[in-house]
Design a protein around this ligand. Structure first.
Ligand code: CXF
Ligand code: ZN
Length: 367
């Protein structure tokens, strides 16, 4: 069948939207009609090569849709099911999965973007095989994906809102609740208030943090941060954010700092703005070749901790339905996250808006 999709053919060049040929699902795979795809900074990182995929690859890793067809041996999903796409494929059986660290599943040693049997499901009109970002590729009208990447949800949820739970919401809220386990009354700083950072702020609200300091360089994004529950904002354009955060915390530093940009300089800032024995949580995906360095003796002498958080340390099939229920109960903001809708053909415009700091989240909807 045909599917219209957003393809990265060359790093740092405009994304091409074109019709591709999509194969039927093989055993253990499912065909999903995409309802909505969020536009996440990690999609742009694939274009720049910061998150490295060979060209060509269909972008998108935050989405939701409806099952159209199930392949052989799929017993846990049926035609018509509403699903969120998870960007990790997990086996439920390896050591990490059994430790409930399913996002760190160790079973699938398949090169990036291929299906689990090492082949393509997408081809362009010249017959070239096209990879799928995170093995899903939500910026396509239809996707063939492993059943392990699907999370069934209740039909009553809006698929457009559910799509956001596929990456940004789970990554941000999960970093606070699952990875760091922030305690009530804590002080928290969030560096970078884009789609994921705003969700770290909402996570801090859910954790009942007392002080939530948002740090960014875009005034518009700091306004979003206030709407999501930041108690204080720091514009790092004209302030040293480490000094500013210290001033707001009696000179001590915060209990937890979340770095949600993926930049070595802001990672070091996160480290420097936590108190002694405080925790810096690195959420942003930095360029795959970049490193950061911190003063080694100071690290020991202050008992600070630095921890990574991938996909909010989530268990997709447990956490995602829970997050949607929080939304239904009015405890999680999803409507306010979507600041602009796009058609798939407008993907390059969506990336430009993201770079300009225009959106909380941009969302591509499919008819
Ligand atoms: C990314 C991590 C690399 C695969 C796609 C998703 N995380 C969040 O945006
Ligand atoms: Zn993402």
């Amino acid at each position: 069948m045909k599917t219209r999709a957003a393809v990265m053919y060359e790093h740092n060049q405009p994304v091409v939207v074109e019709d591709l040929e999509l194969e039927d699902p093989k055993a253990n795979e499912v065909l999903v009609r995409t309802a909505a795809s969020g536009v996440c900074h990690s999609d742009l990182s694939v274009v720049t090569g910061a998150i490295y995929y060979d060209a060509a690859v269909v972008l998108g890793h935050e989405g939701a849709g409806i099952i159209e067809h199930v392949g052989k041996d799929v017993t846990d999903f049926h035609v018509g099911d509403h699903v969120i796409l998870s960007f990790v494929t997990y086996c439920s059986d390896c050591k990490m999965c059994r430790m409930e660290k399913v996002c760190l599943c160790e079973s699938y040693d398949v090169p990036r973007g291929y299906q689990l049997d090492g082949t393509y499901r997408l081809y362009n009109k010249s017959g070239q095989g096209i990879l799928q970002m995170a093995r899903i590729a939500t910026m396509s009208e239809y996707m063939v994906v492993p059943h392990q990447n699907l999370v069934k949800i209740d039909d009553r949820h809006s698929l457009e809102k559910a799509a956001l739970v596929g990456c940004g919401v789970t990554t941000g809220v999960g970093a606070v609740l699952n990875t760091a386990k922030v305690e009530p009354g804590s002080s928290v700083a969030v560096i970078g208030t884009g789609g994921v950072g705003l969700n770290a702020i909402q996570g801090a609200v859910l954790a009942k943090a007392k002080k939530i300091i948002a740090v960014d360089i875009a005034e518009k994004k700091l306004d979003f941060a206030k709407r999501f529950g930041a108690t204080d904002v720091v514009n790092a354009t004209d302030n040293d954010p480490v000094e500013a955060v210290r001033e707001l915390t009696e000179g001590r530093g915060v209990d937890y700092a979340f770095e949600v940009i993926g930049n070595p300089d802001t990672i070091v800032q996160a480290y420097r703005m936590v108190r002694a024995a405080g925790t810096a949580v690195i959420v942003g995906m930095a360029h795959h070749q970049k490193e950061f360095s911190i003063p080694a003796q100071h690290f020991v002498a202050t008992e600070r901790q630095i921890i990574g958080s991938f996909y909010g340390s989530c268990q997709p099939r447990v956490d995602m339905p829970k997050l949607l229920n929080l939304y239904t109960e009015g405890k999680l903001k999803l409507d306010e996250l979507i600041t602009k809708h796009y058609q798939l053909d407008q993907i390059n415009e969506a990336f430009a808006d993201m770079e300009a700091g225009e959106n909380a989240r941009g969302v591509i909807t499919f008819n």
